[in-house]
Design a protein around this ligand. Structure first.
Ligand code: DGJ
Length: 731
């Protein structure tokens, strides 16, 4: 084992990546204490920061005897249990048959393995023996005989450490797990900021940076999805940390359901972060021999600011999380009919949009909502995955053949987790949705969540969808999910297992998605939940792209895509050129600007192409051509946030640099023009300082150092909402 070591003399475990180090130690009374996470510190074991003092009102475990200085209330721990005299937020709570809920987790043993561990039925990073190593540390509770396996995946090249927990009941009695975080991280000081990404439908992942304060701060979702409201990716950083300087830590939960990330600054100015499934409406009954696995958290540390942290996550996801063959290959550029027609279309209209798409150089036509059952509005039809031949005369195979016939691929929208009350499925199986006995259901978009915990429901829905997909050449699927999970009760589970519904729902969704990607390995799969309501690492395990937001306004998208870029690769963000005035904001922006913004993502169109003017068609052709020329930068290059839309109201600029540093594009939007304007300079990043780069538009040649240290002026006096574009090639 090269990157994980255990020092038998000091009982210190060290995990190393190329630029980070993680240490923990088995100390008094078999307590697993967290020592350090941060920059590589060589072979020093960071034991000197643990100083034991007698602290008033911080109790001592029985084994400590007369030693009043040993208290779990103040020690940094790897994975804390409830009922130990540690009054901070903790990682795990379990209720025993006698009603008690104490857990005394003590170190038992460890195991190291080549390659990365995997989790049953859950998305997680994968890694071969060459890419990753695994450490498994077993803690146990002597009285209940619960074994808690702490799993660590170490990816040296990627600078990433993953964590998850496997809980096994080896006792004779049933134990109910009430809280099982995926990880805990204890820091010795509180002088950090907390960065998180909040939002709402159509305004997802707004960035907020707050100082940590005493007490508990948290972000969470209780909506059964990772949610538009709070993304399950957070950052802790030093107060002085910027894009390009300073220490920061990122934590990403590989899960798409309820979650909680809590951060507590305690009485000793220590900081504890826990992240995992939300304890709300969560209880898992483990009978003898049963095992429960938590989802995974991906952690990374950067000593070179937020930009480097983002690069770590981008690279890790692209190489060892996203499995799709499309992850690093050009994606077909699509036109989606949703904003063009909504529910109002027939087969001829769809064909004409596809044809207009072909004419401007597009590759794929996507048929969105409204093609099945009696789906003429969002009040009906969900659950009936049978083509509506009143709308699509001759059926889907005929339409797809026609579309394929002009050289366009065909893609289809589905929403498998839902049912409309006005549907054949609901009339036949009213008990197949989540609903609480005797209570009226809460509706949302007038639809109900199917009880995805039930296998017969999953099989029925996927069976219908597979039948449609097998009947014609579907090369892309958009999987949508348009309400939060509610009425949380499964008719198929006994009362004592209702606390498992949220998690079983997620396992069911993952199982359905796994079936889809296994059955159609060449499929281009896009996730969506009313835009970006499930934009998380869990979903990226199944689909290489996610519809970033239902908001297609180029100006709002600047903030949405900026916030998303902290934790997620740019190539995962679905982004489309739509019509103006924009349907969500009423704002009008130039066609070029919409193209520039959508090109910083998985590029596509979502408007009635038949209505484009000849000039717009020409612009669209150019955008498509240029995107195809530079798409590899979006897919495999490094992304630089040159300005922040949350700080700069005048312009927003970003940059891509190819990994070999031979090419770079700089794009942006001039938001607000002023009379007698300033000369706005931007400073490029990521280039070779002593190499020459040519500005492909003007022909001017600069050293990389000149572009990065002296900067370049933005175009002057171009007007509001105008696009900014530069392209550089190394000479
Ligand atoms: C929400 C999605 O985000 C939209 O793109 C569209 O597919 C609608 N649902 C269709 O109902």
């Amino acid at each position: 084992m090269k990157y994980i070591t255990y020092n038998e003399k000091t009982n210190v475990f060290s995990l190393r990546t190329n630029h980070s180090m993680y240490q923990m130690q088995v100390r008094e009374h078999d307590t697993l204490v967290h020592l350090y996470y941060g920059a590589n510190v060589g072979d020093t074991e960071i034991t000197h920061r643990i100083i034991s003092l007698d602290r008033g009102f911080s109790g001592n475990p029985y084994e400590a005897g007369e030693d009043r200085t040993f208290s779990l209330d103040v020690l940094p721990q790897e994975y804390s249990g409830y009922g130990n005299g540690d009054y901070r937020i903790n990682s795990m709570e379990a209720q025993h048959e006698d009603g008690s809920d104490a857990l005394h987790l003590r170190y038992e043993c460890y195991k190291m393995m080549e390659g990365k561990y995997s989790l049953k039925g859950l998305p997680a990073m994968f890694g071969s023996a060459e890419e990753a190593e695994t450490l498994e540390i077993v803690l146990y509770d002597r009285i209940s005989n619960l074994k808690v396996h702490l799993l660590y995946g170490v990816f040296p090249e990627l600078d990433v450490i993953t964590r998850a927990v496997r809980i096994e009941n080896q006792g004779e009695k049933t134990v109910t797990i009430q809280r099982a975080m995926s990880m805990e991280m204890d820091y010795p000081n509180k002088h950090m900021d907390f960065i998180h990404f909040y939002g709402r439908h159509t305004m997802e992942r707004m960035m907020e940076r707050l100082p940590l304060h005493h007490g508990v701060q948290s972000v969470e979702s209780k909506r059964g999805t990772s949610s538009h409201q709070h993304n399950p990716f957070v950052i802790l950083c030093d107060k002085a940390t910027t894009e390009t300087h300073g220490d920061c830590y990122g934590f990403a939960l590989v899960y798409s359901g309820n979650y909680k990330c809590e951060i507590e600054v305690d009485q000793m100015e220590q900081t504890r972060l826990t992240m995992g499934i939300h304890p709300y409406h969560f209880s898992i009954r483990l009978n003898t021999g049963d095992v429960f696995e938590t989802p995974e958290v991906i952690m990374a540390y950067s000593d070179a600011g937020l930009e480097r942290l983002s690069h770590i996550f981008h690279d890790a996801y692209r190489s060892n999380l996203i499995r799709s063959k499309y992850v690093n290959t050009p994606r077909p550029i699509l036109v989606n009919n949703w904003e063009a027609t909504y529910f109002n279309f027939d087969e001829e209209k769809l064909f004409q949009i596809a044809k207009a798409g072909k004419d401007i150089g597009l590759d794929l036509f996507v048929l969105d909502d409204g093609w099945f059952g009696k789906r003429n509005s969002d009040y009906t039809g969900l659950g009936d995955w049978v083509v509506n031949e009143d709308k699509i005369k001759g059926g889907l195979p005929k339409l797809v053949e026609r579309i394929n016939g002009i050289g366009m691929k065909f893609g289809l929208w589905i929403e498998p987790e839902m049912v409309s009350e006005d549907s054949d499925l609901y009339r036949e199986h009213p008990d197949w949705c989540l609903r609480i006995p005797q209570r009226h259901m809460n509706r949302s978009r007038h639809q109900l969540n199917l009880d995805i915990t039930r296998k017969e429901v999953r099989d029925h829905i996927m069976g219908q969808i597979f039948k449609v997909m097998d009947s014609c050449n579907v090369e892309y699927i958009k999987w949508d999910m348009n309400r939060s999970v509610d009425n949380v009760y499964s008719m198929a589970l006994p009362a004592e297992r209702q606390g498992e519904v949220f998690h079983r729902y997620m396992l069911g969704v993952y199982e359905m998605m796994e079936q889809l990607v296994q059955r159609y390995p060449d499929l281009l799969f896009e996730n969506c939940s009313g835009g970006g309501g499930r934009f998380d690492a869990g979903m990226l395990y199944y689909s290489p792209q996610i519809w970033c937001s239902d908001n297609t306004d180029a100006v709002d998208r600047l903030k949405i895509q900026y916030g998303t870029s902290f934790g997620y690769p740019i190539s995962t963000m679905g982004a489309h050129v739509s019509v103006c005035p924009n349907h969500q904001t009423g704002r009008s922006t130039p066609f070029e600007t919409r193209g520039v913004v959508a090109s910083a993502g998985t590029f596509g169109f979502e408007l009635d192409l038949e209505k484009l003017t000849p000039e717009e068609k020409e612009l669209a052709r150019r955008q498509i051509r240029e995107y195809k020329e530079t798409e590899h930068l979006v897919q495999t290059g490094d992304y630089y946030r040159l300005t922040s839309p949350f700080k700069n109201n005048d312009y927003v600029v970003w940059q891509f640099v190819s990994k070999d540093k031979k090419e770079s594009i700089v794009n942006g939007v001039m938001l607000r023009n002023e009379a007698n304007p300033h000369i706005h300079l931007i400073w490029l990043r990521g280039l070779e300082p002593d190499q020459y780069y040519k500005d492909m538009a003007s022909g001017a040649v600069y050293t990389g150092a000149a572009l990065m240290k002296a900067g370049i002026p933005l175009p002057v006096g171009i007007g509001d909402y105008q696009p900014i574009t530069f392209r550089f090639e190394r000479q």
